[in-house]
Write a new protein. Sequence first.
Length: 150
Amino acid sequence: MFRDHPIAENDALDPVSFILNVIWLVAGGAIAAFGWFFASIIMIVSIVGIPFARAAFDIGVYTLWPFGVRSIARDRLYGEDIGTGAFGFLGNIVWFFLAGLWLAIWHVVVAVGCAITIIGLPFAWAHLKLASFALWPIGRAVVRHDIRRR
C-alpha cells in the first residue's frame, strides 16, 4: 500500500532554506547524495546489504536537501514496521559498527572545517544533522521541519 510522504504535503520551503539548499547542492551536496544513492544500489545488488539499502537511500535524500527538513522516528509517522522494531534495532547496531560511527566522525570533522567561517556555520549544522542521522538511520524518516504526527 502506498503511503504519502510527509515532505510532499507542502512543497514550499522558506526562502532561506531554499537558498541554503541550492548553495549546498552546488558546493558538493549533489555529489555526496549521488554517492549515497550509488551505495544504496550496490547494497541491493550485493543481496547481503539489502537491509541497509533503505538507510543509505534515506541518508542520500537527507544529504541532497538538508535544510528545512529533519529526521524523526518512522514509527511516529506510520506506526511500527520491521525497521522500527527489534530487527531495526539489531540492524542499527550492525550499521553503527560497520559504517555509522565512521560516517559520523567524518561529518563532524567536515562540520568543524565549515564552522571556521561564519558563512560556513549553516553548513556545519547540516553536517552535524547528517552525523546524527548516519549513526542510527534504520527506522528513521526525513520530514519537513514543521511536520508533527503521533
